[in-house]
Design a protein around this ligand. Sequence first.
Ligand code: FMN
Length: 226
Amino acid sequence: MDFADVVRRRRMVRNYLPDPVPTEVVDRILDAARRGPSAGFTQGQTFVVVTDPTRRSAIAHLAGEDDYVSAGFDPWISRAPVHVVICTSEEAYRRRYREPDKLGPDGEIDWPVPYWWVDAGAALMLVLLAAVDEGLAAGFLGVHAVPGLRRLLGIPEEWAPIGVVTLGYPAPDRRSGSLARGRRPWAETVRRETWSGPQAEGDEHQTDGTDDEHPGEHQGEGTPEA
Ligand SMILES: Cc1cc2nc3c(=O)[nH]c(=O)nc-3n(C[C@H](O)[C@H](O)[C@H](O)COP(=O)(O)O)c2cc1C
């Protein structure tokens, strides 16, 4: 699929068909994810793939699926045939940046931002885009019950689960109420040369071409984090 199409088609899908996803398809998606950039090539992300229905239901419970259902969503988390829990390790980055080629005169760098979160986001994006490229749909949700998720999946203390990606073949779903916010205007989002630099011709009406993926059926206003 053309890259622009993949980007344009990607959206968080909150309902799935029960059909299983072939292992080789999931593996190709994860292979894309492990090709993401990482500071110092730390590669401090680990992906826990869950397909077992009982375990998926337990994840759904921890993630508050009941609240989604009460708010009118489908039971999209337990229904998704594949969950990918993306984990990141701050310690892995700190270890890497204590290696001789990364160590500065004052020791470990003064981290400008936590690179472990940056790289986890890049990995997440690759999972989401690779899923679309494979003809699948994906969703992402934060899981606040981190200790429970750790216990359920045996995730070591060093690894922080950033959330769960749901993967599967798309079924008609309820859209997020958050979409009613609309996309931020181009001229606010893109600044030229400096924050307050001059606008270029066309900045006032430039669109990013993706808004057709979020047609005006904004439902689910006020639903949990959607
Ligand atoms: C860090 C992050 C956390 C999110 N958490 C949730 C969540 O807990 N539940 C949910 O339904 N959607 C969640 N989303 C999805 C957003 O609601 C969604 O990306 C946004 O509304 C834009 O829609 P789109 O991704 O379909 O373009 C999350 C997205 C991100 C990037």
